[in-house]
Design a binder for this molecule. Sequence first.
Ligand code: 3PG
Length: 213
Amino acid sequence: MYEEFYEKLEQLGVVPVVVLERVEDAVPLADALHRGGMDSAEVTFRTSCAAECIKAMSEAHPEMCVGAGTVLNVEQVEAAAAAGAKFIVSPGYNEDVVCRSIELGLPVLPGTVTPTEVTSAINHSLKVTKFFPAAQYGGLSTIKALCAPFVGHRFMPTGGISAANLEEYLSYPKIIACGGSWMVKPSLFEGGNFSKVTELAAEAMAVVRKVRG
Ligand code: 3PG
C-alpha cells in the first residue's frame, strides 16, 4: 500500500511544514519552494485557511506534492481530501484519522513515538510514520531502537530538524524524509520577499542530493 507515494517521499527528502495565516501567501510560497527545488509542502491545519492554501498551491503547482499537516480529526481529513491534498500527516496517532485516510485512498503518516503506536500503524499496513517531536523523543537514537523490532518500518522525523542536523538524519536509511519548518518560517517572508525561502530550500535540497545521490 502507498508504494508510489513512499518512493516519491524518499525522492523529496525534505518536507517543509508550513503554517499560513493568509491565502495570498500560499502560491508565492509554493513558487519560492519550487525555485529552490523543494517540490512539496505539508500545509498545517493550524490555521483556518489551510484547505484553501492546499487548493491554491496544488492548482498553481500540480507537479508539487502538497499535503495536509496537523490533521487531528475526520473532518479535517475530508477537507484536505476535497482541497486536493496528496497526503495526510498527524502529530499523533488517531485511529479515526488513519482509517478515514485509508478509506479515501490518501497516504497517511500518523505520529508514532512508542512501540505501541508503531504497532497500531503497522496493523493498518502503514510502512512509514511520522516521528514527532523528534528531538524531544530522543532523535535518531530512539528511531534506531524502534527500527530493531519493526524491520521494514521507516520514519519521517519532524521537530528540531535543521540545516545543521539534516545530513545526520537523512544518512540513516530508515529515515525516508525529514519534516521541518526552518525554511518556511513566517518571519522569513513577512515583508513579501520569499527569496530567503528559496535559498534555504535549495541549501536543504543540496544536502538531500549529497546523501541520496
Ligand atoms: C511540526 O509541526 O511538525 C513542527 O512544528 C515542525 O518542527 P520544527 O518547527 O522544529 O521544524
